[in-house]
Design a binder for this molecule. Structure first.
Ligand SMILES: Nc1ncnc2c1ncn2[C@@H]1O[C@H](COP(=O)(O)OP(=O)(O)O)[C@@H](O)[C@H]1O
Ligand SMILES: [Mg+2]
Length: 369
């Protein structure tokens, strides 16, 4: 269990900036506070600054501006061997000439631990990742998945309070990756360790994390639990990066509290929830998740605007039906319906009416690209 007595601000980034060349900022203004025991994922496209943030937290890179604190203390003032940070990378970085047990023992030797303590801790760490029988082998005699478990065990063997993982499952095939995702989250929660996990894979981020920080362009675009990120994206980048998303472009015609009216570029009017827009006349991109689109008029709110749609493609996916529509000039508009006994299978070529609850239609910034 996490120690709740100091449950806030175990890891803090405050107004952190980083430049490698003194010209370009690759981390622009990072603010982040993590409680103890949290599993937080930094998610974002390649080059968005995730690894740089991890390296600064580990103390391998220094921030150009701002402060990074671990348990209230500036990271720069804590000597590396006292930081208590375990690290796992994509390329497992095991020592090839050492046995598995020797690999695990190494971080303990560095910390001047006696032989019998070392042996006990190595055994415990190997058992934790269900690799107890493999201590005598060398890394080359293990599969990729087994090596990744050993890398995990090595990061945990000295019982760190904080573990940093940078794309640790990137080299594994899909099935093994999914299995390891569960193993890592279960282990982290069971041991109560705080994890900062880096990935560019949104499914991995959503399934593993307590909170996800979505990175783009050296900034956190949104920091929220997975369901909030998916259901309440705060800007177009997040809406597009997380999950499948339908977008329609238009202009704000009216804003009244929690509702606005958007005139789509083909002239149609729809209701939406103003999220990242503030003025009449402003350009917007509205975002609607595929599973929130309603094709049954009876289930729409009274007075809801509906739109005409042409069915372009019907894809049977077993549990769900995925149907591609042409809506307001967009022919990549996707809806998802559950494969229930009374669910209609839409025929390509037919015309239908679609609608949604205004709160499921989010008026976001229209990227100027
Ligand atoms: N050691 C370095 N020296 C100079 N530039 C770097 C270095 N490491 C990363 N960068 C640059 O900083 C930016 C962010 O990189 P990185 O933090 O590795 O992003 P991510 O992990 O999100 O892919 C990139 O433009 C990258 O080229
Ligand atoms: Mg990286």
């Amino acid at each position: 269990m996490p120690d709740t007595s100091r449950n806030d601000a175990f890891v803090e980034f405050e107004r952190v900036q980083k430049s490698y060349d003194g010209v370009q900022l690759v981390v622009k203004d990072l603010n982040l506070t993590m409680p103890k025991g949290e599993f937080l994922t930094m998610l974002g496209p390649s080059g968005s600054g995730k690894t740089t943030c991890l390296m600064m937290l580990a103390g391998f890179e220094t921030a150009t501006h701002g402060d990074i604190r671990l348990d209230g203390k500036p990271i720069n003032n804590i000597p590396p061997h006292k930081r208590g940070i375990g690290m796992v990378f994509q390329n497992y970085a095991l020592f090839p000439h050492m046995t598995i047990a020797e690999n695990l023992s190494f971080p303990l030797e560095v910390r001047n631990m006696g032989k019998s303590d070392r042996e006990a801790k190595v055994k415990r760490a190997l058992d934790m990742v269900e690799m107890g029988a493999f201590g005598g082998r060398r890394p080359a005699q293990l599969s990729g998945g087994q090596q990744q478990r050993i890398a995990l065990a090595r990061a945990l063997v000295f019982e760190p309070e904080l573990v940093l993982m940078d794309e640790p499952l990137g080299a594994l095939d899909k099935q093994l990756r999914e299995k390891m995702q569960f193993e890592i989250t279960h282990l982290a929660h069971r041991l109560g360790i705080t994890v900062v996990y880096v990935t560019h894979d949104q499914t991995e981020a959503l399934t593993m994390s307590d909170r996800v920080a979505v990175f783009d362009d050296g900034r956190i675009q949104q920091l929220a639990p997975p369901d909030e990120l998916y259901e309440k994206p705060l800007n177009s980048f997040v809406a597009q990066f997380i999950g499948e998303n339908n977008t329609l472009e238009g202009t704000i015609r009216e804003i009244k509290g929690e509702r606005c009216v958007v005139q789509l570029d083909d002239g149609e009017l729809i209701d939406a929830k103003p999220v990242n827009v503030s003025q009449v006349g402003e350009r917007t991109r509205v975002s609607i998740r595929p599973e929130r689109v309603e094709i049954n008029k009876d289930r729409l709110q009274e007075g809801a605007h509906t739109l005409k749609a042409e069915v372009l493609e019907f894809i049977y996916m077993g549990d769900i039906f995925r149907t591609r529509l042409k809506v307001a000039g967009n022919d990549e508009f996707v809806i998802k319906t559950r494969n229930a006994p009374d669910q209609v299978r839409l025929e390509p070529g037919t015309q239908i009416d679609i609608g949604w609850l205004p709160e499921d239609c989010r008026a976001l910034d229209a990227p100027s690209r």
